[in-house]
Design a protein around this ligand. Structure first.
Ligand code: UP5
Ligand code: MG
Length: 190
């Protein structure tokens, strides 16, 4: 990569665990650039891209978009940004996603956050969100939870074994949770 090595944080957690909300706080406090894989995919749908209809039906079914598509969008977003500190939110969701990123970007994350949240709480938050997302209905939420349970744990375990995982209890107010996130980044910005 032309700009030296970026500082990459992966932000993991089930649907509605608070990834996006905490990313906004981290951006504000520590100057990261927020790259939400889900937002990039939704933007791709809205732009009428060739992949749009495949992405839309995949998201409706709560399934995972082919790695190649997502990694390309993340790569473009990182390359078009002058910052070197990135929060990659909602990715990688599977071992296949993880390997595709490592191969294409040629980098590993420095830090991995995992927002650990009970299912009941995640369902409640997503159903209350009310922002018109096509996947915020009870049927799709159940599928998102199933896919998360099936495919995300191997990724979480992988980074845990490599000593990169920070598991954060995601129950509490937004500010209470951020106070558990802050000490992870505070030493790095000195
Ligand atoms: N909220 C947040 N924190 C709260 C707190 N502490 N207490 C009470 N309420 C809280 O939060 C969800 C809601 O809860 C909000 O209303 C918030 O105000 C409130 P949010 O911060 O949005 O949670 P987040 O974890 O970001 O939830 P999100 O629904 O975005 O997670 P998903 O992982 O399900 O969604 P994402 O956008 O990442 O992906 C959507 C779909 O895209 C996937 O299902 C998949 O089909 C596809 N996708 C891929 O295929 N590949 C990818 O790499 C990424 C996505
Ligand atoms: Mg989100």
């Amino acid at each position: 990569p032309s700009k030296g090595s970026p500082f990459i944080t992966f932000v993991l957690g089930g649907p509605g665990s608070g990834k996006g909300t905490q990313c906004a706080k981290i951006v504000e406090a520590f100057g990261f650039t927020h790259v939400s894989a889900g937002d990039l995919l939704r933007r791709e749908i809205a732009s009428g891209s060739a992949y749009g209809s495949v992405i839309l039906s995949t998201i409706r079914e709560g399934k995972i978009v082919p790695s190649q598509v997502t990694v390309e969008l993340i790569q473009k977003e990182m390359e078009s940004n002058d910052n070197y500190k990135f929060l990659i939110d909602g990715f990688p969701r599977s071992e296949e996603n993880r390997k595709a990123f490592e191969q294409t970007i040629g980098a590993e994350p420095d830090v991995v956050l995992f927002f650990d949240c009970p299912e009941q709480e995640m369902v409640k938050r997503v159903l209350n969100r009310n922002q018109g997302r096509v996947d915020d209905n009870i049927d799709t939420i159940k599928k998102r939870l199933e896919i998360f349970d099936e495919l995300n744990w191997p990724v979480i375990n992988y980074y845990s074994q490599r000593g990169k995982l920070h598991k954060i209890n995601a129950v509490g107010t937004v500010d209470e949770i951020f106070e558990k996130v802050r000490p992870i980044f505070a030493p790095l910005s000195k």
